[in-house]
Design a protein around this ligand. Structure first.
Ligand code: NAG
Ligand code: NAG
Length: 413
């Protein structure tokens, strides 16, 4: 109980003093990440992107048929397409393009309950690549090495939500040389290729904005979490979902007064995050979740429980300084870990989180704004230029194997 008393005192202290601190904050604190890249970089003028015009069945028609694709956590693929169409980095002349973008939506095939199933995506993707490779010369020139795709589903271009099946399938062979822009990020994982760009999941910016509460509100909740601890439907035995980490959070801390955790949906979810010091961001089926974005936007220190996760735009965002990383096996010690963090460390994390460029980088606002996630993706692409010499193949040099991969994926779409 000493911990409890201490934490309550801390909640009070942080609630009152930090706010003043936040207001004094100037934008002068430049944020840079593991590669020393900075969020404020402006991509305009540093790259030119050619956007293929595909038949609308690969993109727009899907959204007309299923409006809900605009709102789920994979919606970045749609908004990025729209953004690029009117972006100053777009070129209509493929001869001068640095990058080619193939606008295929891979997460817009929903079940009746609104769950996106990516099972058809390999066929859709294959069909689109077949089309561009026969109707324009640019695919064959590099076999995709100067092309990028947005694959926001759980395990990116492995196109399955269950990790073991995703791993077994691997990345779609036709995308072997392309750059993948994906939400999935995990070191040394079959579904994560070197050189991919990890992005935040989509969280609705306007909706979040309407839930912002006055910044003087004290952060009286120590640890906050809403979401599943078990996924009985898909993992009846237990232990597979979230590799057991969420179940462990529940079993260890359901009765701990420092932990405000529950499966219940609450209309004050966003407000509650603004009243909390720590927000748990455990893995689910995939290592990432929208909580990461929500925590940053609402200034709640993300407690990342997902071993080997690669976080969005980590080249430019100092996640180690902002968040708290807890090994999955250490979940039972979560209370001790969090109550042992010195108060000045917490204040520094909160100060970094309060930096507007941090929040901006996590969001896909419409219309786009400088420094937002769209611009960070472009920054990522610009930093990969110029392409290496071996991106361009010699005439007749074979590379991609059009018949590789699961037989079911080879059927026409
Ligand atoms: C690209 O190469 C494929 C064979 O791999 C060929 O069928 C296709 O016609 C080529 N595309 C162009 C535009 O020449
Ligand atoms: C292409 O992949 C198929 C299926 O894995 C394999 O049978 C075939 O030998 C491969 N072709 C080449 C040229 O590697």
């Amino acid at each position: 109980m000493r911990n409890l008393r201490w934490a309550l005192i801390m909640c009070f202290f942080l609630g009152s003093s930090l706010r003043a601190e936040t207001f004094k904050l100037k934008k002068s604190e430049r944020i840079s990440g593991s590669a020393g890249d900075v969020l404020e970089d402006d991509p305009v003028g540093r790259l030119k992107v050619f956007v293929y015009k595909l038949p609308s069945k690969y993109n727009k028609k899907m959204v007309e048929k299923e409006e809900r694709c605009l709102h789920h956590m994979f919606a970045a693929e749609i908004y990025m397409h729209r953004f690029l169409l009117s972006s100053p980095v777009r070129t209509l002349n493929p001869q001068e393009a640095d990058w080619f973008y193939v606008p295929v939506y891979t997460t817009c095939d929903l079940t009746r309950d609104g769950l996106p199933l990516p099972f058809k995506s390999p066929r859709v993707m294959r069909s689109a690549i077949q089309l561009i490779s026969t109707t324009s010369p640019y695919w064959n020139r590099t076999q995709g090495a100067d092309h990028f795709f947005i694959v926001p589903h759980d395990f990116g271009a492995c196109f399955h939500y269950q990790e073991d099946i995703a791993v077994e399938r691997g990345i779609l062979p036709l995308l072997e040389r392309a750059t993948l822009v994906q939400t999935f990020g995990q070191r040394n994982h079959v579904c994560q290729r070197e050189g991919s760009i990890t992005i935040p999941p989509y969280a609705p910016p306007q909706k979040m904005q309407t839930h912002v509460i006055p910044p003087i509100t004290p952060r009286a909740i120590f640890v906050y979490f809403r979401g599943l601890f078990y996924d009985v439907g898909n993992d009846p035995q237990g232990g597979y979902y979230a590799r057991g980490a969420r179940a462990s959070v529940w079993e260890n801390f359901k009765n701990n007064p420092l932990f405000d955790i529950s499966t219940e949906h609450t209309p004050t979810y966003y407000e509650d995050m603004q009243r909390a010091i720590f927000c748990l961001c455990p893995l689910g089926w995939a290592p990432w979740s929208p909580r990461l974005v929500e925590a940053v936007v609402f200034g709640c220190i993300p407690v990342i429980i997902a071993d080997h996760i690669v976080l969005p735009f980590a080249d430019a965002i100092p996640w180690e300084d902002i968040g708290v990383f807890v090994h999955e096996r250490d979940v039972p010690k979560l209370d001790t870990i969090l109550t042992s963090i010195p108060i000045d460390v917490i204040l520094r994390k909160q100060r970094l989180l309060a930096n507007p460029s941090m929040k901006q980088a996590m969001l896909f606002p419409q219309p786009a704004q400088p420094g937002d996630a769209f611009h960070q993706i472009l920054n990522g692409l610009a930093r990969k230029l110029p392409h290496r010499d071996d991106a361009f193949l010699k005439p007749g040099e074979p590379f991609l194997n059009w018949t590789a991969g699961p037989v079911a994926d080879l059927k026409p779409w």
